[in-house]
Design a protein around this ligand. Structure first.
Ligand SMILES: [Zn+2]
Length: 157
């Protein structure tokens, strides 16, 4: 992404966070902005451990409790989304930045003969899904705001 656009995006999401914290009467701590910036500099999905390690590598000391708490805030503020990639361990929910992203879906590929160990996650966008959404809206007379679709599998031989 062009650096100017990236800078502009960071300004936008920080403003979204500032407004959210203000509206909810939450403390406006600088570490929340640092964590948000790190997330928006990433180009992939992450879990709490990844984020914790990244912050450590940057010599930025935050507790895991702070990261968990901050993630809940970002989720509620619509800045990130949570994923169900079906990992076995309950502690490893995945997340990704979501504020500017186009809707996309995920294909989760597990390693063969493993206990749901993830080999790869592919993001895809299939316009037919929009068609299904339109048809469901018409059939049931509703407005659909979001959807969640995951395919899980293993590589063919
Ligand atoms: Zn994704």
């Amino acid at each position: 992404m062009d650096p100017k656009q990236k800078e502009l995006n960071l300004t936008t999401i920080k403003e979204v966070l500032r407004q959210y914290l203000h509206d909810k009467n939450f403390r406006n701590t600088p570490e929340r902005y640092t964590i948000l910036e790190e997330i928006y500099n990433m180009d992939h999905h992450f879990n709490v451990d990844d984020l914790y390690l990244l912050m450590m590598q940057k010599k930025y000391h935050v507790s895991k409790a702070t990261i968990y708490n901050t993630i809940e805030i970002f989720l509620d503020a619509g800045l990130i989304r949570k994923h169900q990639f079906g990992e076995k361990t309950l502690t490893s929910s995945s997340y990704e930045k979501s504020y500017f992203d186009k809707q996309h879906d995920h294909l989760v590929i597990y390693k063969k003969d493993s206990d749901k160990e993830i080999q790869e996650i592919i993001e895809f966008c299939d316009p037919r899904i929009q068609g299904i959404k339109d048809a469901i809206e018409d059939a049931f007379g509703v407005n659909i705001d979001s959807h969640s679709l995951y395919f899980y599998g293993t590589k063919k031989d």
